[in-house]
Design a protein around this ligand. Structure first.
Ligand SMILES: Cc1cc2nc3c(=O)[nH]c(=O)nc-3n(C[C@H](O)[C@H](O)[C@H](O)COP(=O)(O)OP(=O)(O)OC[C@H]3O[C@@H](n4cnc5c(N)ncnc54)[C@H](O)[C@@H]3O)c2cc1C
Length: 458
């Protein structure tokens, strides 16, 4: 095929095109959007070949690393999709506490490799998420409050530009491209083929406590977490979902995790949860268990993500009082969709001692983070659950400071994900780095017409 691409190049008419398109989206709700060509890259030269091929064919470019974008942001009509899922090389320099990782590697795989060397990188909460899209959009991680969004730990990138050129960007070379790569997410205008990252010593202790309540305790539990979330160094994952333990009624589970060097310190951090005003109404607890993030993912978070279901996610950053959020939450509790649909609340900002943010596109965050996820099976119910998620998050807009691209629902509910200043700067940089508008950007944003030749050889 053209441009000496070693990997597969599939056009819409080709056998296996459709299975590769479907595999490019992790859940069953694969969007009805069709790239014209899919290039399954084997190496960095294939990425260069794919960019040139897109120009020749007059196609815009979309990029997939792991395909965990809920909205299938990378599946777009009339594009050439560069699939990087085979670019998975990792290197670690334990002395320098640095590493490199290609975008197709999963965060959980990277984390296990590092654990063997007693090292740590802030990877996401679920097992299957690749680092490509995760790092570009920010990266909301285990122990993330301590290290900041994971993109802060990216010190450089190797990328292929819209000209098909391979370049390096760090804080001294092409610094504006690194600035953009730390937070632009699906609005990034080059292909990252490798990340250079900072690594950290692994904390000796990961300790977790879990509390489970019926939904009747919701107001007290949520009010408590809104009040103490900023103060405690422990990481809180407050989840609401339908559960057999409460006869298929919503269940509230609080999972608090401490990352420390001693068991004593971890117990001390977790002790604050004993003062929850709903403590007496708890159904069951698991207290002060020494564990690891792999186990927490496998047993705690992964069961909520079933790839055979269709999903829609939405989210908000907030520092509102829970009293303001309660009326809409009450309405949600009355109509909660079937499992594994769920909502998470994490504590995040305002944590004492949180690291200073470097210059980066990522610029909207707040004290608390709500993510809402509906899961269902029947395509005929797409409208029902899309409405349920979108309208409930819309009802909270007066209390939201913005959204995170990790769980974006921009196609149904466009909302602020960068500061205005950073969005303007990103748009200016896009004009410089991608003057022909070759790369697609965020869903829900009108796309400029690509200035690529229609008459170029096919
Ligand atoms: C089950 C599940 C759990 C999740 N858990 C977390 C979590 O704990 N923390 C968190 O922060 N997020 C989480 N997410 C969100 C996830 O991080 C984002 O959806 C992220 O984009 C997924 O990375 P990916 O490589 O699969 O991206 P993809 O779906 O492959 O790509 C998404 C977009 O990113 C861009 N992109 C991807 N790779 C590249 C590249 N190499 N070069 C240029 N552009 C690229 C493209 O524009 C593409 O449209 C979760 C998502 C799911 C489905």
């Amino acid at each position: 095929m053209a441009n000496h691409i070693e990997g597969r190049v599939l056009q819409r008419r080709d056998y296996r095109y459709e299975s590769l398109r479907r595999q490019a989206c992790w859940h069953a709700g694969v969007p009805d959007r069709h790239p014209e060509v899919i290039v399954l890259a084997n190496n960095e030269d294939d990425v260069v070949g794919a960019v040139k091929l897109a120009r020749e064919k007059g196609l815009r470019i979309a990029v997939r690393s792991g395909g965990h974008s809920w909205s299938g942001s990378h599946l777009r009509d009339g594009t050439l999709l560069i699939d990087l899922s085979n670019l998975r090389h990792v290197s670690v320099d334990p002395e320098a506490m640095t590493g490199t990782a290609q975008p197709g590697i999963k965060g959980s795989e990277l984390s296990s490799m590092l654990a063997e060397k007693n090292l740590f990188f802030p990877t996401g909460h679920c097992t299957g998420v690749s680092i490509g899209g995760y790092l570009l959009q920010g990266g909301f991680a285990w122990a993330g409050r301590h290290y900041g969004p994971a993109c802060m730990s990216v010190t450089g990138i190797e990328a292929v530009t819209a000209d098909g050129e391979r370049i390096h960007a760090d804080e001294t070379h092409n610094a504006d491209l690194l600035w953009a790569a730390r937070g632009a997410g699906p609005g990034f205008f080059a292909v990252v083929t490798r990340f250079h990252v900072k690594l950290y010593p692994r904390k000796r202790i990961t300790m977790n406590s879990g509390y489970f309540w019926p939904a009747s305790a919701a107001r007290d539990v949520y009010g408590f977490v809104h009040e103490i979330g900023r103060r405690t160094p422990a990481e809180i994952n407050l989840m609401c979902n339908r559960d057999p333990m409460t006869h298929d009624e919503p269940l509230i589970s609080l999972n608090a995790t401490a990352f420390t060097d001693t068991e004593e310190e971890a117990r001390e951090q977790l002790s604050i949860f004993e003062s929850c005003p709903a403590r007496g109404r708890v159904l069951t607890t698991r207290l002060n268990e020494v564990t690891d993030t792999g186990t927490l993912s496998r047993l705690g978070t992964d069961p909520h993500y079933d790839e055979t279901k269709r999903y829609l996610a939405d989210n908000m950053w907030t520092h509102a009082s829970f009293d303001d959020l309660w009326p809409n939450f009450q309405a949600m509790l009355r109509t909660w969709p079937p499992a594994p649909s769920h909502m998470v609340l994490y504590n995040w900002g305002g944590y004492e001692g949180q690291p200073e943010r470097p210059p980066m596109a990522f610029s909207v965050e707040d004290e608390l983070y709500y993510g809402l996820y509906a899961a269902w099976s029947d395509p005929a119910e797409d409208w029902r659950y899309t409405d349920w998620v979108t309208e409930h998050m819309r009802a909270w807009e007066p209390y939201a400071t913005g959204i995170q691209l990790a769980d974006e629902n921009l196609i149904n509910r466009p909302y602020r994900f960068l500061t205005d200043e950073n969005l303007r700067r990103l748009d200016d940089l896009r004009t410089t780095w991608d003057p022909d508008g070759l790369f697609i950007s965020w869903l829900g944003r009108p796309e400029p017409a690509a200035n690529v030749s229609e008459d170029a050889p096919k």
